[in-house]
Design a protein. Structure first.
Length: 503
């Protein structure tokens, strides 16, 4: 069994793909069927977590997730746990494996309750109501069970996925079990990792049920891991000079939003770009950043004329004026790698000519929308984006011929070859002003330092979240975490990853 943080680059499959894998595996003769393995793994994990908590409530649903729970119940009973099994479904309609598990439970002397008994104090709960087969809103019977468990405020071990959560989207079907631990089987599912998934799953553990990961079919989706993202980093040659480290140009900073461009610039500088230029649109734009005088400030039109810029970031505090539009047009028609955020995305959403210009770019474009910006790009609501974060990011990537980072819990990085990644780092401290500006500056810095656009994007997304996590672990958030703090911590982490220094 692996915890999420210990996983190597790990495939993520949607429910339909998991079902196909299960069907293939079911045809292969093994001494112990998958459900027996899943139930045993759950019972063993329960034993590890709750060895001194003998009274357990086990909720059994109408499908194979319920079958897993019945197997776990049988093992836990044999290890002298006091087990109460609640099954409100129709035994006649159980799928064959789950029906067998029910019979084995009864053969072992187990009994079934059709509702949660009153006046019993349980130590912990096993949630085996629904797994990847849930595809519609919970009806009242199950809704009541879920709410009742959530009110108990006990440790809850969810099997495969917390019941009520959509395993593809991470959205609850009206309600979902709030688990403290989720033991997922065979492989990761996106719903555990994005949208509301992290809120409902608690600690995520994976049990591959003895199936070697190499034997699973190739997946388009993967979990982003530190090992993978830092493989792109190398120490600098000793004979290093700033020209080798590239230069980033930032377009933005209209009236009242100069800070956004400065944050992007500082992030680019502190993530290692050799030179950083900022072209600000504000009427009374500062001539120098007093706190960071290394940044070179100029008029935005002048920025686009500078020779030798390696990479452009357009959007932080750009605004939507005619001047902003003209500058964005010029940026898109340049042949430089281009990161687009915030108002650059909003302008593209309302100017189809810009969108088609973007589609036809020869060099890399990286779009970093939050769900509302993604909704504007696709002409739909924020809610619709959140219902299918992966699908939405992939559609934008394909339509705009771009790399897309759909921000929010479990950020999605989507590519035009239809591959996608979910980022596990980050926390609610990142929901504050300027964090997006910092991310765009980081990507710019890494592209300027010659990382491939894909590597630069994946590394930046992971680093941005990891820096926030590190700060929170030291008590600097999530409340009041600032974008400036994230920049400094990201610098420390990058140095640590490249040079192995504890900073
Ligand atoms: N297959 C295997 O080899 C292995 C599977 N494994 C385990 O099986 C899980 C998947 O099992 P599953 O496909 O049976 O789906 P599951 O999540 O139990 O629920 C489906 C049931 O719920 C019902 N239902 C749906 N919505 C409902 C609603 N709103 N309100 C009420 N009922 C509703 C639905 O009814 P129907 O829609 O058919 O009317 C159906 O009866 C997987 O997550 C893993 O835990 C592991 O053991 C490894 C081996
Ligand atoms: K479950």
């Amino acid at each position: 069994m692996n915890t999420l943080s210990s996983l190597l680059p790990s495939p993520i499959y949607r429910a339909q793909e998991i079902k196909l894998i299960e069907e293939t595996l079911a045809k292969q003769p093994t001494p112990l069927g998958l459900m027996e393995k899943a139930g045993l793994a759950a019972a063993e994990f329960g034993l590890e977590l709750f060895i001194d908590k003998p009274v357990v409530l086990i909720l059994v649903g109408p499908g194979n997730n319920g079958g897993d729970a019945l197997v776990a119940a049988r093992y836990l009973k044999s290890w002298f746990y006091q087990v109460t099994v609640v099954f409100t479904g129709n035994a006649e309609k159980l799928p064959p494996d789950a029906a067998k598990s029910l019979q084995s439970w009864k053969d072992a002397g187990g009994t079934i309750h059709d509702s949660i008994p009153d006046n019993v104090q349980w130590d912990w709960v096993v949630d085996g109501l629904f797994g990847i087969g849930l595809a519609r809103d919970l009806d009242k019977r199950y809704l009541d069970l879920v709410k009742r468990v959530n009110q108990m405020q006990l440790p809850v071990l969810a099997l495969d996925i917390p019941s009520g959560l959509d395993s593809d989207s991470g959205q609850p079907f009206r309600a979902a079990i709030r688990a403290t631990h989720t033991l997922t089987f065979l492989a990761l599912k996106p719903g555990l990792l994005t949208a509301y998934g992290p809120d409902y799953c608690g600690e995520i553990h994976l049990d591959q049920l003895g199936i070697e990961p190499e034997t699973l079919p190739p997946s388009k989706g993967n979990l982003l891991t530190q090992k993978q993202v830092i493989s792109a980093l190398k120490p600098r040659p000793l004979n290093s000079h700033k020209g080798m480290l590239g230069s980033v140009g930032i377009l933005g900073g209209a009236n009242t939003m100069t800070g956004a461009a400065l944050l992007a610039g500082r992030a680019a500088l502190k993530c290692g770009a050799g030179l950083v230029y900022i072209g600000m649109l504000a009427d009374s734009a500062p001539a120098v950043d007093i706190q960071q005088p290394e940044l070179m400030l100029c008029a935005p039109e002048q920025l686009l004329e500078i020779e030798g810029i390696s990479c452009l970031v357009a959007g932080p505090g750009l605004g939507q004026s005619d001047r902003a539009l003209a500058l964005l047009q010029n940026a898109i028609s340049s042949d430089l790698p281009l990161i687009l955020d915030a108002d650059a995305l909003n302008l593209i959403a309302v100017h189809p000519d810009l969108a088609s210009q973007l589609q036809n770019r020869k060099s890399a474009s990286i779009l970093t929308p939050h769900p509302a910006e993604a909704g504007r790009l696709l002409g739909c609501s924020n809610h619709e984006i959140q219902q299918d974060r992966i699908g939405s990011a992939l559609v934008i990537a394909s339509r705009q011929n771009s790399i897309v980072v759909l921000k929010g819990a479990g950020s999605i990085c989507a590519f035009t070859d239809e591959t996608w990644y979910i980022n596990p780092t980050g926390n609610p401290g990142l929901s504050s002003a300027g964090m997006g500006d910092v991310l765009s500056g980081m990507i710019g810095a890494l592209i300027a330092q010659k990382l491939k656009p894909k590597q630069a994007t994946l590394l930046s997304v992971y680093l941005h979240g990891a820096a926030a996590d590190k700060l929170v672990s030291r008590g600097f958030g999530p409340i009041g975490l600032t974008a400036s703090e994230v920049i400094d911590e990201a610098k420390h982490l990058l140095n640590n990853w490249v040079y192995g220094k504890n900073s």
